[in-house]
Design a binder for this molecule. Sequence first.
Ligand code: SR1
Ligand code: MG
Length: 390
Amino acid sequence: MGYRILETDDIPAYLHERGHWQNLADISVREVSDGNMNRVFLASSADGNRSLAVKQALPWVRVAGPSWPMNPDRADAEARAYEQIAKVAPDKIPAIHGYDPENFALVMEDMSDLEVLRTLLNEGAAYGPHTSARIGELVARLSFATSDFGMASADRKALIAASVSPELCKITEDVVLSEPYIEHEHNHWHEGLDDLAAAFRADARLRTEVADLRHAFMTSAQALLHGDLHTGSIMVGTREGTPVVRVFDPEFSFTGPIGFDLGLYWANTLVSEERARALGTLSDHEDQLRLSWEAFESEFRRLWPTRVDTFFDDAYLDRFLRRVWTESLGYAGTEIIRRIIGFAHLTDLTTLPDPVPASRRALLLGRQLIVHRDELTDVAAVRAVVQPPS
Ligand code: SR1
Ligand code: MG
């Protein structure tokens, strides 16, 4: 039949055809699309005992419409990423019930009993002790398993080839790693930020450092990444008294620098911290970079003895982790900056009564993280940049 764009009314028959739902009499469907790229529908039974989510990639960027075409085969990358993550951290992603490559649609667990982390944080909630640790652990497990430490060389080459994702990588190369530093129609910002946006475009040092990070993004196939690990790609909650953390939306997945995943998460925690500081609701925000890094590092070190290639010795592990740390800081800086003067802004800042003071702080922090990343050798040094001693 070929690819067709699913509408709300199509979902019952679609789920039936695909063998996911027998009795269509008791099904109701609503669209809950929220992200920038795709459509999501939730189907549930009248008695509330059964529900499924259907996510479909459109042939364009959802928030931009048909004027920004985008190959829907990005859903293939998402399905492949879920497969890889399921091997090492099945408890940290939604259950996937099926992938339909013809329609670029995933049928998956309904997570509407959980909350998007960004939404909770914007409402004033704390992170709690588990979230960032689980994220650090997930990045360590996925990246170790899909690196040259966790896979035989030939298998790795096959993974790299299978994970090539030119269109989605180009989005990141553009909207995160170049456009904010040049004149571009995608860029916009709050009027109180004109001077900083202009200063960043004229900042040769900043631009060269971003070029370095951009080139590493393009060439450094260290491991399979989630590729868009911000707080809107994470759901949290409690099930049967147990804290639950689920990462979703890995459509930007490809083999790239591990620091890109950690850096995106850090950027979003740091921006949430600026929001909380502006509103006087600061709680455990300041701890999140440390918690996620410590969990990442200890899990990566725990896995190290299982590496498949022992020419990589313990001294090399230290060097490698140092590189990941430094690049994570740089990517955190680029993510902060693009979310304020580039494309796809963050509600953390845009919904503040006055977004300007917190946005200015965040922009300057982003620049520091990029330009001084080599000198920021530990968490304390980073914290001193986030909150300079008064
Ligand atoms: C055109 S897409 C803009 C952003 O939305 C996605 O969630 C990624 O963060 C991307 O950079
Ligand atoms: Mg997304």
